[in-house]
Design a binder for this molecule. Structure first.
Ligand code: SAM
Length: 359
């Protein structure tokens, strides 16, 4: 039996499993999940053709809790330490010919867990040999190309690995599904990395310069001390930062920031010239969802990125409820032209990040 393998944050395997089961069912595929607690991994078991269909048809960028998705074609559980690569090649040689497409690149990965991180030196040291051997056995093209699928080799321990592939037109373009981002220099809080990641992961690269550009006006609700504002400033935006707290002095000196000591739920800008609304206020998720929708209904902004806190339990249904609250509010106002995505980003812990955009 084949499987679709998904990476997620450790501790969120239940949510990731619920989501892939729902998406697969929409395609008429009914498999079962293995989602060991705190493994950062979920596998959805089904026939190979079905796993391949999911990998083509379930948009990975729309999955909330999964960072990456690939079709597993082989699992090697007794890799000999002296010749792991040879054992993997043997496992691939036993497959039917059409099960593993010829790939254009190879990513050697682990789960995002402490155990996984302990394997990163092994991943680095084996990559060149794996690449060379996979080329010699024609599992990989002579030169790297993104026109062919990516081969995933996912080490679970020093002696076990899963092998599979993902389609480059429908996967996270980042190994392990984790986009590496740099916060602006001197950003006053670590939260800056979260908005930087949201920009990188949630906005298609081809449209980035259109959607995020210098000279745009932005509002940051719950801005202090200014990590998110620093990201907006770095992109050349003029920012209205709303928070009763203290803003970082060096940010204020850029001349791009105006600080409003006001309640973020009551604040509205004087002019309707705001492109970006960002909001990191920690409050009831449905309340924040309604606030975000209201800004769109009242035509105050074009795009928004915001965080919603997750409950301790029943997180997947809670997320559905938050999304529905936004859809309902927009539907009531007969606003039909928008896109809404949610993602549990690498920098998110007990929260998710949403991107709402007028289309
Ligand atoms: C998680 S912090 C924001 C961190 C910020 N995004 C950064 O990158 O530095 C949440 C902030 O929301 C502010 N906040 C909470 N409720 C608020 C409200 N009703 N109006 C304005 N600010 C609020 C808090 O004062 C706090 O500074």
């Amino acid at each position: 039996m084949s499987a679709v393998v998904l990476y997620c944050r450790a501790g969120f395997e239940g949510e990731c499993a619920a989501e892939i089961q729902e998406r697969a069912a929409e395609l008429g595929i009914h498999g079962y999940c293995k989602a060991p607690g705190n493994s950062g991994l979920v596998s959805f078991h089904c026939k190979h053709e079905e796993a391949d269909h999911i990998a083509r048809k379930t948009p990975v960028y729309k999955l909330i809790f999964a960072r990456q998705l690939f079709v597993r074609v082989a699992e090697c559980n007794e890799l000999p330490i002296q010749d792991r690569v040879g054992a993997m090649l043997e496992a691939l040689a036993e497959l039917d010919t059409d099960v593993l497409p010829k790939c254009g690149d190879i990513w050697v990965e682990t789960a995002d867990t402490n155990e996984g991180r302990a394997l990163s030196a092994l991943c680095r040291s084996i990559t060149a040999t794996l690449r060379k051997s996979m080329r010699e056995h024609e599992h990989l093209t002579e030169k790297d190309t993104d026109r062919r699928p990516v081969m995933h080799v996912m080490f679970r321990s020093t002696h076990s690995a899963m092998l599979g592939y993902s389609y480059t037109y429908n996967h996270s373009p980042y190994p392990m599904g984790i986009a590496r981002v740099r916060s602006p220099k001197n950003a006053p809080s670590r939260s800056a990395a979260k908005l930087a990641e949201a920009f990188k992961v949630m906005i298609p690269a081809a449209d980035f310069d259109k959607r995020v550009s210098s000279g745009m006006n932005a509002v940051d609700l719950g801005a202090c001390p200014g990590g998110w504002t620093a990201v907006l400033v770095q992109h050349g935006m003029m920012v209205q930062a709303v928070d009763n707290g203290a803003m970082d002095e060096s940010l204020m000196q850029t001349g791009q920031v105006k600080h409003f000591r006001e309640d973020g739920f009551a604040f509205r800008p004087k002019k309707r010239n705001i492109e970006w609304l960002v909001c990191d206020m920690v409050d009831k998720p449905v309340k924040v969802s309604h606030l975000m929708a209201d800004w769109f209904v009242e035509e105050y902004c074009q795009q928004a990125i915001f965080n919603l806190k997750l409950p301790m339990k029943k997180r997947y249904p809670a997320v559905q409820q938050y999304l529905q609250a936004i859809h309902d509010r927009l539907a009531e106002a007969e606003m039909r032209h928008y896109e809404l995505h949610a993602k549990h980003l690498y920098h998110d812990r007990e929260e998710i990040t949403l991107y709402l955009r007028r289309t």
